[in-house]
Design a protein around this ligand. Structure first.
Ligand code: 13P
Length: 255
């Protein structure tokens, strides 16, 4: 049986206080209907403490952070630590996002450190990986994904992929309105899972594989129906409340 679909909303540098309140109020109102889904919202960090006021004993609505520092304290102006996120009841943390790799020059060493620190603080990493268009065109997906997983496997071992989410986000699909075909996405996810299963079959089966990149109300179901797609990482369509809710309803209705 497939896992409970996990839909994570990455707001990036968008949204405001009103939107976080409205989003969580609406999610709470519809929570009976949405209970077949696991949902997490990753607003900009400054909104997390406000958001927390609307997270009751819901078993399926969580908060996530878009980033964490690789250190736990010290002279790192502007950063947020895993300890602080844990203190605020945050459960999931996105790391390795293409935008952080590109605009903040985060390399595999920093991403591996962040992964480790999240594990130490019992937070669940959402590790983003994905290829450029030229690698997609050259059918390099397997090599690229493996290259992005290997630094963590090498340093922290396969055990570190327990309670971990891997989000496959082709860089060329992020924010462009373009997506690979559902079959291509399935194949990419299968590549990732089979690679991990060479190390540990049960960990590979249990790892949650999300797809991200231009997912909307029209394509979500086709993507989520693929057997190795366990969830979706939404960007743009999660900051328009009605579109976000319609995506959740479409998935929920289907289950
Ligand atoms: P879009 O859904 O806007 O393409 O963004 C995807 C993404 O980067 C989520 O992390």
């Amino acid at each position: 049986m497939k896992k409970i679909p996990f839909i994570l909303a990455n707001w990036k540098l968008n949204g405001n206080l009103l939107l976080i309140k409205q989003t969580l109020i609406r999610l709470n109102k519809e929570r009976n209907f949405l209970k077949k889904l696991k949902i997490a919202i990753a607003p900009p960090i400054i909104y997390l403490s406000e958001a927390q006021k609307y997270i009751y004993d819901n078993k399926n609505i969580y908060l996530a952070a878009q980033n964490v520092d690789a250190h736990i304290s010290g002279p790192f102006t502007g950063e947020i630590s895993a300890y602080m996120l844990q203190e605020f009841g945050i459960k999931y943390v996105i790391i390795g996002h293409a935008e952080r790799r590109q605009f903040h020059y985060e390399d595999y060493k920093v991403i591996t450190k962040k992964f480790l620190i999240l594990k130490q603080y019992n937070l669940i990493p959402v590790l983003c990986i994905g290829e450029l268009y030229k690698d997609y065109a050259n059918k390099e997906i397997r090599n690229i994904c493996i290259k992005q997983i290997n630094p963590i496997l090498d340093v922290l071992g396969i055990e570190s992929f327990k309670r971990t989410i891997i989000a496959y986000e082709p860089i060329w699909a992020i924010g462009t309105g373009k997506t690979p075909s559902p079959e291509y996405i399935q194949n990419a996810h299968l590549c990732i899972r089979s690679y991990l299963s060479q190390y540990d079959d049960s960990i590979a089966k249990n790892v949650v594989l999300q797809y991200g990149g231009s997912v909307n109300a029209n394509n979500v179901l086709k993507i989520l129906l693929q057997s190795d797609v366990d969830g979706i990482l939404l960007g743009k369509s999660s900051i328009h409340l009605n579109e976000f809710l319609s995506i959740l309803r479409i998935v929920s209705n289907f289950l």
